[in-house]
Ligand binder design. Sequence first.
Ligand code: ZN
Length: 170
Amino acid sequence: MAILKLYEYPHPVLKKKAEKVAEVNDEIRKFLDDMLETMYASNGCGLAAPQVGVSKRVVVIDIAHEGEEANPIYMVNPVIIWKSEETEICEEGCLSVPGQRAEVERPAMVRVEYLDYNGKKQELLAEDFLAVAVQHELDHLEGVLYIDKISRLKRQMLLKKLEKFRKEKA
Ligand code: ZN
């Protein structure tokens, strides 16, 4: 396995609509392994392929807390087939927008269809934080970041803080 390079805002790959995967083969499985390792190494709970510079419809998620057993979910070509009308507001962060967080409102529950690690079709009803993670990662496949879903004023403030964060880190 290998740790992949993370692409950060405003890299254009994050704005691109990702392409469907034709087949879940060994090459894709190796990529899923690398993505999971990269996500764990960065303490993330979700990672979408565009975040490692690959414009493909591939996502990994693991919302297990520290100290809990790992519980990775691999999703290839995921599609949300149902969203609840009820919404919830949750604070989100993103490995592509390091050091920042903001509250985002989304449907509280979603049903998602995808191909798993073995290329088998799966369906998952996600609620609570898993619903947030699924929607956040699937947005990446459409070239959408969570900061696109907050008000312009909040986004401007957040991007200023991001700039400051990067300068302090440099
Ligand atoms: Zn993200």
